[in-house]
Design a protein around this ligand. Structure first.
Ligand SMILES: O=c1ccn([C@@H]2O[C@H](COP(=O)(O)O)[C@@H](O)[C@H]2O)c(=O)[nH]1
Length: 230
């Protein structure tokens, strides 16, 4: 069975990204390409990873008017990615437009919605204008994403158990904000350890710096994977 770990390839150039990717294969992890690498290297690099047999999560978090987001999702599907995402706060019509556009494609990636970024705590979201806790807002946005036809959400593992109670059993929970107990939190605020995140109901763990910034990234990934079996 493929690992639930999705390694976030947050690197500034192809050489650094490939130095890690060359040590990996699709049985060890999935890969995530986000805004930094995509802006540097573009679609060709995504297709290169897909060509090497990896499941690629294209994490561009589209957030725009429905027509624009649907067209962007159409383009992303053509890259052969396994998963892509939009912001749930783009609203029902935006998510439904993306869903409908993908339904007409021969290759249909999983489409998930970002709820509340894992770098945000309660005071951060209040400053933006949200009322309530991050958890309350995540639950509301997850319900909106599910009723808009999406396959799942990006949330913190802290919210995974509560979403599991309200959502259908196939609804995917993709959780960044994952940190081994001894790792630095960096800019993440709503975090759990890899094993606790899986126990809480996450389907996939998005992990970047605890692997990519480690002295031995492959060993760090192996240690995290082993911790899931303990
Ligand atoms: O709410 C979110 C949504 C996306 N991310 C992305 O996940 C990785 C996490 O990287 P770490 O180095 O493990 O912190 C990163 O690419 C983010 O863009 C997120 O962290 N939170």
């Amino acid at each position: 069975m493929t690992s639930p770990v999705i390694v976030a390839l947050d690197f500034p150039n192809q050489a650094q990204a490939l130095a890690l990717v060359d040590q990996l294969d699709a049985s060890l992890c999935r890969l995530k390409v986000g805004k930094e690498l995509f802006t540097r290297l573009g679609p060709d690099f995504v297709e290169k990873l897909v060509g090497r047999g990896f499941d690629v999560f294209l994490d561009l978090k589209f957030h725009d008017i429905p027509n624009t987001v649907a067209a962007a999702c159409d383009a992303a599907a053509d890259l052969g990615v396994w998963m892509m995402n939009v912001h749930a706060s783009g609203g029902r019509k935006m998510m439904e437009a993306a869903r409908e556009r993908l339904a007409g494609k021969s290759h249909q990636p999983k489409l998930i919605a970002v709820t509340i970024l894992t770098s945000l705590g309660e005071s951060d979201i209040q400053e933006i204008g949200f009322s309530g806790t991050p958890g309350e807002n995540v639950l509301r946005l997850a319900a909106l994403a599910e009723s808009s036809g999406l396959d799942g959400v990006v949330c913190s593992p802290l919210e995974a158990a509560a979403i599991r109670e309200q959502a259908s059993k196939d609804f995917l929970l993709v959780t960044p904000g994952v940190r081994p107990a001894t790792a630095s939190l960096d800019d993440q605020k709503r975090v759990m350890t890899p094993a606790d995140a899986m126990a809480a109901g996450s389907n996939y763990l998005v992990i970047g710096r605890p692997v990519t910034a480690a002295e031995d990234p492959l060993q760090a990934l192996r240690d995290i994977t082993a911790s899931l079996k303990e």
